[in-house]
Design a protein around this ligand. Sequence first.
Ligand code: ADP
Length: 456
Amino acid sequence: MSRENPPSFDASHHPRATAAKSRTKVKAPPQNIAHELETIYSSITDGVFIYDGEGRVIRMNEAARQLLHLAPDDGDYLALSAKERIAHSQLRHIDGSQMPEQEWIITRLLSGETITPQQSVDVQVTRADGSLTLISFTGAPLRDDRDAIVGAVSVGRDVTERRLREDELRRTNLQLTAATAALAQQANDLEQMNRRMDQFVGMANHEMKSPLTALSANLQLATRRLQRLTRGTGAHETEAEMQVDSARLAHEAETVLGMLARAQSAARRMTRLVNELLDVSRIQAGKLETRPEPCDLLALTQAALTERRHAHPARVIALETCCEQAPVVADPDRIGEVIDNYLSNATKYSPADTPVTVTLTAEEGGTMARLSVRDEGEGISPEAQARIWNIFERLESQSTQSADGVNLGLGLHICKTIIALHSGEVGVESAPGAGSTFWFTLPLALADESDASIRS
Ligand code: ADP
């Protein structure tokens, strides 16, 4: 081990300087200036490396030695060729990737490039003790009187700390960007929710008023008819007069019955609307309760079908199932609500002359019952399929075929919540122009472990 001591600015003091001297013409400054330069050189806190024309380090200051954790007597470092030195220091890009020879600082300096502070090159270096450090290098070639490159000088600064802080800053920035994006998303969601809420308020206004108007108008008409009727019926002189009167009575009674039926239908719509609103407010408060009990999903389906067929006598609503019963532990009213909602939507959003088909099957090895309601309506785009389960969500383009339903965009949201409370799932298969199949699953109640519960 040789030691570069005492450091002298005169390159000829170095053991290999004689060899270097023959190749390079780094001119030694006059003695007094040399001394001043020597003092500056050794007191610079950045590492200063001076290279010969071959790229060997011929001198370095104390700061350079410390930068690389070289022992004071580690003069062997000076004996290394550029290639050996770079292999020894495992010089790499700061991301740890290999640095090709043409990118080495010494290669660039000896090829005449000046690396200014603005263009400083950050590299990863393995120090003598094996620790990693990040060093930022600047430098310039050294030229002789004839402008030929005879060596180079580089200045290295430890930027590990700075880099760590920059990395931390970058990470914080990324987190901030992510948080900002999340906030923007939330703001956007809120805005959409507000828009849907506004639409909902307008819609609710209309949806509540129309059954109320129908209810009160039909009741008023029926009352007036009955009043007229009681005033109009008098004593009958003849048998013929009595027959005319009773025919008129029968006709009037039929008209009044029609009015009462319309009033009843409006009242049902109103009840359903109020129930949906109550359900939604319970869901929002996390208070939607279910009262599960052993029941038969097939029987619940048949009951819902009967009611729907009654409301739409002209409509083909078919049931396809392979089983005699489908025992589940569920709240029969709530599950009935879901089936009715699917059926109501299927009749609402498909032409009156197309069939609606309900299918009840078992799946997942007989552990789950699956109920599907298929219609031949205009279908739903994949993008809208995800949205329609959200509260207040309605599709602008959708036209309704029947006026008996409630159209507040609450039904599917309620269905999804009810089915989730029963450990089931909901979904829709649809494509524009190809109809829709809305489905839900429910766990089948197993009588014993070996029993596949849908009984056929
Ligand atoms: P609504 O009371 O408005 O029908 P829902 O929550 O039941 O509310 O349905 C949400 C929206 O999903 C509906 O407004 C409609 O646009 C769409 N939709 C539901 N069922 C069907 C269906 N069978 N075919 C086509 N679109 C449907």
